[in-house]
Design a protein around this ligand. Sequence first.
Ligand code: SAM
Length: 211
Amino acid sequence: MTVHRGHPIRGRLNAWFLAFAEDAMHQEYGDRKVSMFGPVPDTVVELGPGSGANFRYYPRGTRVIAVEPNPMMHGRMNAQARRHGIRIDLRHAGAEGMEVETASADLVVSTLVLCSVREPQRVVAEVRRVLKPGGRFVFLEHVAAPAGTRLRRVQDRIHRPWHWLGEGCNLTRDTAATLENAGFSSLELERFDSGMTWAPYSPHIAGVAVR
Ligand SMILES: C[S@@+](CC[C@H](N)C(=O)[O-])C[C@H]1O[C@@H](n2cnc3c(N)ncnc32)[C@H](O)[C@@H]1O
């Protein structure tokens, strides 16, 4: 089981930043999230909910199995859950080995998390394991810019400080390939750029994979 302690300074900074950026993320991703989440079941498994940016899109009373290894996130996540009437069932562990029953979930959500997990293939295999047959994995992730582009060269150049500051965030992951090779029965995946096209995290993918 992966349990992070969270860096005392960077962890707090990242938790604060996520909470600070929540309204901007709502502007940027809100409509897309509402349409991808679709009908939200009573229980949602959410990978790395951070400061709880997605809780506003779940009906009050939803139980969220929160797979969040970074304890620096837990305070803001719990506060956001109280605000939106969400019941948190915390798994203080990485999604590489989540303590969630096999074939138990109708919906697993990951937004801006597969960039940060240590072993994305293992996490996606875990997602498949916990989903019921026909269950949905909804994802929204920033990814590598196409090879040979100027933005990709920038991503490569700043990778190390970004990874350090962002507690493991990778700018150059090919998460689409990870999902395509994961063996889901169907995969809808769209590529888009965030509003700030100059930003190193601008290239995104979003979609739904069905077990
Ligand atoms: C950029 S934040 C995104 C938070 C939130 N999902 C959002 O959309 O605002 C990345 C989150 O992934 C979490 N994380 C990092 N490694 C993880 C892992 N192995 N398993 C699950 N979550 C992880 C971090 O603690 C953090 O909360």
